[in-house]
Write a new protein. Structure first.
Length: 129
């Protein structure tokens, strides 16, 4: 569905204000293709593993019950891995900040939206320990 002239004008204004506010983000948004992230690759691999486990589960019903149990285990592990419930091989990244860095971060004026998101993320990670 095509945009009206007014909608195109508003979209152009939004793009221009984005470019002024955050040039890096605007440059990234102009990229030609979307690259799959690590999370999306895990999700796809988990989905494929889940289907393999389901196949084993059904085949086990026709052959031997241990094949069904193995299929269920594969399904559960694939689902947990795909949804990010299992720890990654490299372990969780831990941010070690000196007390001086922590004080500077707290004293800094409110930054960009990304800075706020990162700070919230760090707080959640610290509470989980």
């Amino acid at each position: 569905m095509a945009l009206s002239d007014e909608e195109q004008r508003l979209l152009a204004q939004l793009e221009q204000s984005l470019a002024e506010d955050d040039p890096k983000l605007a440059h990234l948004m102009r990229g030609s293709r979307v690259r799959p992230t690590r999370g999306s690759r895990h999700l796809v691999a988990g989905g494929i593993g889940f289907l393999v486990g389901l196949t084993l589960l059904v085949l086990g019903i026709q052959t031997h019950w241990t094949v069904s149990v193995a299929g269920f285990v594969v399904m559960a592990a694939s689902a947990a891995s795909g949804l990010g419930l299992l720890p990654s091989r490299g372990g969780a990244r831990q941010h070690h900040h000196t007390p001086k860095q922590q004080a500077a971060a707290k004293a800094a004026p409110s930054g960009s939206m990304m800075d706020k998101f990162e700070e919230r993320w760090r707080k959640r990670q610290d509470e989980g320990r």
